[in-house]
Design a protein around this ligand. Structure first.
Ligand SMILES: Cc1cc2nc3c(=O)[nH]c(=O)nc-3n(C[C@H](O)[C@H](O)[C@H](O)COP(=O)(O)OP(=O)(O)OC[C@H]3O[C@@H](n4cnc5c(N)ncnc54)[C@H](O)[C@@H]3O)c2cc1C
Length: 489
């Protein structure tokens, strides 16, 4: 039994542990994976401690914001893989999928009645924190939630960091501990827990466990659910196994070229963000795979914590630049999300950014588009339309073009607040990795967050960093990208 670091565990209520309960309940809502999962590890530890069975509830509602064929298929793919995996362990897995709005209400409370305690996932964004708090108030046993979001525990930082440089300096001082304290790769491996004989019929008959057919999420199943069918499923499969394959493909075929990742005609990034977003893979699993690939040991870490982008890890250039995105940039977004209550509101932009945008508020906009024009990729700019088409079709945008995509929305919107709303809505509705702390940091970055003022001062942008399709096409090769994501007709 390996202890979960205290800093990662938060009590969501002050109810007792019920020693007479029939099982420990792990309520999997954000870290939807069997591996490298501190929350699952904590639930396993509690089950061992109390000598009780472990019941894992993974549920999917149908009324969360932006629920669509696309998001449902990806999540259900993950549940399918989890079902398969957990059936080979001594834990009991209960997948529940709402087939009509509100049908799942009461399930957690009902399961909570016979639980010793509930272990939940402590994820800081979207509707999940609200849901966890509401559930904690309704159950009669302890609900403790565990932070398995990233390499650095969310509560290790006491302040929010305004730039990646400042946050990187902090990380370089703090990461040695978390690198030595990785979660167990497979907390259920070789473990024999008490087995759960059965759940009350009043529960299993009212809230039927999802069938394999439902979890397989074929077109007919998706069509039968009350979700948005205008956002179609993509070809990508969700789940820990697909995430594993994606990681292996990245390491074998793409990592070496990662420093050229800004080239739109090259696709050399990992494409792991949807799996990370839905918690189907952990940062630590990715880091561990890199450690093995690079033959790395902790003594290679540089003692200098000067915030430099390269040289601190003591790995290859490609691995270090990848880790800078995966850890510095990704966890900076989580840091802002946790430490700034207003993190997703316009006034949280830095003063200089709001001042310069205010000064240019009434600048004429030679091109101005309504939300529907943006949504349907109907701008005058073929490269922007191609990026939006990729978002509509694949639920992602090439990493460099995603920045250009946001900058142009600022340029072609009536004002910066409207631009921000357009970006957030399109990103959350269509991107597989949307609705994440980094959906907010990416869109706010386009308006100056984590950045500095840039000259020369320009219309509309003022001192906000400017980007244009013409410069992008001059600097990089975009021909194949334009060809691939051309609008039909
Ligand atoms: C307008 C805009 C919106 C964005 N919306 C999202 C979003 O909804 N969800 C999301 O995860 N990222 C978002 N990003 C950040 C970034 O574009 C994506 O994380 C990245 O393109 C995902 O592709 P990948 O997995 O192949 O990345 P890789 O380059 O392989 O990087 C590995 C991982 O590091 C993290 N990462 C990489 N780049 C960034 C970055 N700039 N900021 C934060 N984390 C990063 C991601 O988790 C990513 O999966 C947005 C950026 C912009 C400019």
């Amino acid at each position: 039994m390996t202890k979960v670091p205290e800093q990662r565990i938060t009590k969501y209520n002050d109810r007792p542990i019920n020693g007479d309960g029939h099982y420990v309940l792990y309520w999997m809502t954000a870290f939807r994976r069997p591996f490298y999962n501190f929350a699952l590890q904590q639930a396993v530890n509690r089950a061992v401690e109390l000598q009780k069975p472990l019941l894992i509830l993974e549920a999917l509602r149908c009324d969360y914001p932006y629920a669509s064929d696309r998001l449902h298929r990806f999540i259900l793919g993950g549940m399918f893989a989890n079902q398969h995996h957990f059936s080979g362990t001594t834990a009991s897995y209960y997948p529940y999928v709402e087939t009509e709005k509100g049908a799942g209400k009461g399930l957690l409370q009902a399961l909570g009645e016979d639980a010793c305690l509930i272990v939940g996932d402590d994820y800081p964004a979207f509707f999940l924190p609200r849901m966890l708090r509401a559930a904690a108030a309704r159950v009669d046993v302890l609900l403790e939630a565990v932070d398995a979001n990233g390499l650095l525990p969310l509560r290790a930082a006491e302040k929010d960091y305004p730039t990646a440089y400042a946050f990187r300096r902090f990380l370089q001082k703090e990461l040695r501990g978390p690198l030595l304290d990785l979660p167990q790769p497979d907390p259920l491996a070789k473990l024999k827990l008490e087995s759960l004989t059965q759940l009350p019929k009043s529960i299993t008959e009212r809230w039927l466990a999802a069938s394999d057919q439902l979890l397989a999420a074929g077109p007919e199943t998706l069509a039968s659910l009350p979700i948005d069918h205008s956002v179609p499923a993509t070809d990508e499969t969700g789940g820990w196994q697909a995430a594993d394959n994606c990681l292996q493909r990245f390491l074998d075929e793409r990592l070496a070229q990662y420093p050229q990742r800004s080239e739109p005609d090259l696709q050399v990034t990992s494409e792991l963000s949807p799996y990370l977003h839905f918690g189907q893979i952990a940062t630590q699993q990715i880091v561990q795979a890199l450690i093995e690939r690079e033959n790395w040991t902790i003594d290679k870490l540089s003692p200098d914590a000067k915030g430099k982008r390269s040289g601190w890890w003591g790995m290859s250039e490609a691995a270090e630049s990848f880790l800078d995105e995966l850890i510095t940039w990704r966890e900076l977004g989580f840091n802002t999300c946790v430490l700034r209550k207003d993190f997703d509101r316009y006034p949280s932009l830095p003063d200089w950014a709001r001042e310069t945008l205010e000064k240019h508020r009434t600048d004429p906009r030679p091109q101005r588009y309504a939300f529907e024009d943006f949504e349907q990729a109907r701008s005058h700019d073929p490269l922007w339309n191609a990026a939006q088409t990729q978002l509509l079709e694949e639920g992602r945008i090439h990493n460099y073009l995603r920045m250009l995509w946001g900058k142009k929305i600022l340029e072609w919107s009536v004002d910066a607040e409207t631009a921000l709303q357009t970006m957030l809505t399109l990103n959350d509705k269509y991107a597989l990795d949307g609705r994440d702390p980094n959906s907010v940091s990416g869109t706010f970055w386009c308006l100056g967050r984590y950045d500095r003022p840039w000259g020369p001062e320009r219309p509309i942008f003022g001192k906000i960093r400017y980007m244009s399709s013409e410069n992008t096409a001059r600097k990089f090769s975009v021909k194949a990208y334009l060809q691939r994501y051309r609008l039909p007709g």
